[in-house]
Design a protein around this ligand. Structure first.
Ligand code: DP6
Length: 421
């Protein structure tokens, strides 16, 4: 290692999106390598609204690997972090910075320590897949710092070992996690089905549902399902293989009706597997069920799907509509049934791409109060409102994959000290 003064710090910063599965990953065949029992398919969400940003730095002055998440130091001793770090170091290559006069040799990476700082642009506590964006970003950024030559698919199989769903966040657009067959996991990786530009009309609205309940983690939930559910076997062996093919076809053809039917059916079956687990796991709550009812009623009254819904290991609803017009009608319905508490303002109640609000004709809190009941429930008095049951809505779209951020002002670590800014 050539050192021009020993106090140098070399850094890389990356940003990675989160993703929402429309064909769910639930169940591992190998807990250690995080190998799934079925393929899954996801949409990458726009990083502008939901992403992790990570800066990774290396310096001879660092005495141990350290990490900060949203400004707070966290332990890197967990097996999942250790595996990712080990695997990236193993594949690291020489890095030279001519300007700073630094050369880091391939073998130097084994003894040099890193500092990592990561930040989510959405509340971690909201129960939105923060581990997917987080591990994808950690692995992507360290791979840049250590100059890995592997392709994104290979990088995704490292991220998979941090958290299964993270591997799908290595690509933008529409992504499949191929379960693979190899026992070493080498073919269990993400594949991009289509770029985000393939189907740009889709609008995604996430209802962040208020919940005081502490949910079972995905990791232990799926372990219990594999151990106790008979339905999960049928799902993985018979249902998902056929459904995955149909979903790929629906995405290729931008066939929203098929896409919506498959998405809703898969979410419902995943939650049925949770109920079939002993003891049963309840991720959705009354608000989630009300959102399903609202969408189903509307879809049935129109005779063709207007919206698709999907729920992960928590009560939040992710709703996909085929275009802005339908998204505006959906937002009107959601705001009608789930108005905000009195003390909330519109700016914090609907976040992300707020332009959908204008399309929905809602520009003030007053507009929410005066929304008419949607036609499909108009005759069915009394209709109920559930004030405060949705904490807020995020309007977003399908987005791009991880990116390196070259603007140094966006780095989360100080370029001199290598500590959080
Ligand atoms: C319901 O990826 O969080 O969101 O691999 O144990 O870290 P681990 O689990 P995780 O599980 C995600 C489950 C899901 C469905 C999905 O994203 O496919």
């Amino acid at each position: 290692m050539v050192e021009k003064g020993s106090e140098w710090v070399v850094m890389a910063t990356g940003r990675s999106p989160t993703n929402i599965a429309v064909i769910k990953y639930w169940g591992k065949r190998d807990e250690n390598l995080i190998l799934p029992i079925n393929d899954s398919i996801s949409l990458t969400l726009d990083p502008l609204h939901l992403s992790a940003t990570t800066t990774a730095a290396v310096s001879p002055s660092f005495t141990r690997d350290r990490m900060w998440l949203n400004g707070k130091e966290i332990s890197l001793s967990g097996e999942r972090y250790q595996k990712c770090l080990r695997e990236i170091r193993r594949r690291a290559n020489e890095v030279s910075d001519a300007e700073k006069g630094i050369v880091i040799k391939k073998e130097d990476w084994e003894r040099l320590h890193v500092h990592i700082s990561s930040y989510n642009n959405f509340p971690t506590a909201a129960g939105l897949a923060s581990s997917a964006a987080g591990f994808a970003c950690l692995v992507f950024t360290l791979a840049k710092l250590m100059n890995l030559k592997d392709d994104l698919g290979q990088i995704s199989s490292i991220a998979r070992q941090g958290s299964g769903s993270a591997c799908r966040s290595l690509y933008g657009g529409f992504v499949k996690w191929a379960m693979g067959n190899n026992t070493d996991g080498s073919d269990s990786l993400a594949i991009q089905l289509a770029e985000e530009t393939h189907w740009t009309d889709l609008v995604i609205i996430i209802a962040v549902v208020s919940s005081k309940q502490k949910e079972t983690s995905s990791t232990s939930g799926m372990r219990e399902s594999v151990q106790t559910s008979a339905l999960i076997k049928h799902r993985a062996e018979t249902v998902v293989p056929a459904r995955t093919l149909k979903m790929e076809e629906a995405i290729t053809n931008r066939d929203f009706a098929s896409f919506a039917k498959l998405t809703c059916a898969d979410s419902n079956q995943f939650h049925a597997v949770c109920l079939d687990t002993s003891p049963p796991i309840f991720y959705m709550n009354d608000t989630s069920h009300r959102i399903i009812n609202l969408v189903e009623k509307w879809n049935i009254s129109e005779g063709t799907p207007q919206v698709a819904y999907t729920f992960d290991a928590g009560p939040n609803a992710v709703l996909v509509s085929p275009n802005r017009k339908t998204a505006a009608l959906l937002l009107q319905r959601l705001l009608f049934h789930f108005p905000p508490n009195k003390d909330i303002n519109l700016t914090s109640f609907v976040v992300g791409d707020k332009t959908i609000l204008q399309d929905a004709g809602v520009t003030s809190m007053k507009d929410i109060e005066t929304l008419e009941p949607p036609p499909e429930i108009k005759d069915k008095v009394p209709y109920q409102k559930f004030m405060g049951d949705v904490s807020y809505f995020i309007c977003t779209r399908v987005g791009s994959g991880p990116k390196v951020l070259t603007d140094e002002t966006l780095a989360l670590l100080d370029p001199i000290t290598g500590l959080p800014k």
